[in-house]
Ligand binder design. Structure first.
Ligand code: SF4
Length: 359
């Protein structure tokens, strides 16, 4: 099963043509149990597969809510690989559940042995994954992992193949009414003074990816914009520092107060986002929110840069130790952390001014 059968597969499913006689219906299972950003970047692959037939998605319990309301997905199946579904017995039980659904093909968007074995144990006859994946021994079709491509395109090519020209790929998320209502409630008390909203996302699960100068950036842009701080509950201390620097009247701290889709709904109302190389970057790609992405120990060439139409990436390109890790270590192995410490606030201010001025 290869080759793109529907040239408008990148469009929202409602805008696309249904499967036709020359594209026989085929049921697909996508297995994506990596990080939140990876789940977002898998949505173009899911949309492509939905042109061929029903698509179910196995993902982590934390990523499952991100895929809610997606009209390209028949069912999201949370797989607690470190919880109830852990170990050989958990894997076997989950595989039996999948086997009952008799999928035609599995797409291994996450490349571990566990994911590959899950598809094999479920008896899925076609199993496509990357030729570089640890679990490739389980695959019946290995797709080239091209490091020069954006990861959204790499994932999409699991279904589309190597030869199809890539359309303008964009991840898609579908916030619901409750997500939008939560945003309304958070913004209700903001003065209607015409100031645009700029979102700041200062967190990351990787310590060296957290640019430490968000408070100073917030203080510099606060006279021009209202600021919203995005993040999980764990990011509250980072948000508190931003509020202290920019002033409580200019900042709305939403950390821990919105669902992931709620954060996407909020981003859709923002003139720009400034973010580390972390999940909010990919939320903004889905909402096409102008994005300034900060890269320290990682680089955009890894394939995880922003996809919004208006975007900028900022990093110390001449620093010889960059990149030092595919994710970003918790602590700088050299101890100086220059990739983030020495990244000047003015470069971020300039990028925000540029992206918001052309809006
Ligand atoms: S080694 Fe270099 S790139 Fe890696 S965290 Fe330290 S300063 Fe950043």
């Amino acid at each position: 099963m290869s080759g793109s059968r529907n040239a408008d597969a990148h469009l929202p499913p409602a805008d696309r043509k249904p499967p036709t006689a020359d594209s026989p219906v085929s049921s697909s299972l996508v297995i994506q149990t990596s990080f939140l950003g990876d789940a977002i970047l898998t949505t173009p692959l899911i949309a492509e597969l939905a042109t061929r037939g029903p698509v179910d998605v196995v993902t982590t319990p934390s990523a499952a809510p991100l895929l809610a309301n997606n009209p390209a997905i028949r069912e999201v199946l949370p797989f607690a690989k470190r919880g109830a579904d852990a170990g050989p017995l958990g894997l076997w039980r989950f595989a039996r559940k999948l086997a009952a659904r008799a999928y035609d093909a599995a797409y291994l968007a996450q490349g571990s042995h566990r994911s590959g074995a899950l598809a094999r144990l479920a008896g899925i006859p076609e199993r496509a994954g990357f030729d570089s994946s640890g679990g490739r021994v389980w695959y019946t079709r290995r797709v080239r992992h091209d490091r020069s491509q954006h990861h959204a395109e790499r994932l999409w090519r699991l279904a589309a193949g190597d030869d199809t020209p890539a359309p303008q790929l964009r991840p898609r998320l579908y916030p619901g009414d409750a997500d939008r209502a939560a945003v309304d409630a958070l913004l209700r008390d903001l003065p209607h003074d015409g100031a645009t909203l700029v979102a700041l996302a200062p967190g990351s699960i990787w310590g060296t990816k957290r640019w430490p100068h968000f408070p100073e950036l917030a203080a510099r842009i606060a006279p021009l914009h209202r600021i919203v701080v995005l993040g999980a509950a764990d990011d509250a201390p980072l948000a508190a520092a931003i509020v202290a620097a920019a002033g409580a009247s200019r900042v709305v701290d939403t950390t821990g107060r919105l669902t992931l889709l709620g954060s996407a709904a909020l981003l859709a109302r923002c003139a720009a986002l400034v973010t580390n190389d972390s999940a909010p970057l990919h939320l903004a790609s889905a909402t096409n929110t102008p994005t300034v992405a900060i890269f320290g120990p990682t680089v955009p060439a890894f394939g995880f840069g922003p996809l919004a139409m208006r975007r900028a990436t900022v990093g110390l390109d001449t620093l010889s130790c960059r990149p030092c890790d595919s994710h970003g270590p918790q602590k700088c192995p050299l101890g100086h952390w220059q990739c983030m410490r020495d990244l000047p606030v003015q470069r971020l201010v300039d990028s925000v001014v540029e992206l918001t001025a052309t809006r």
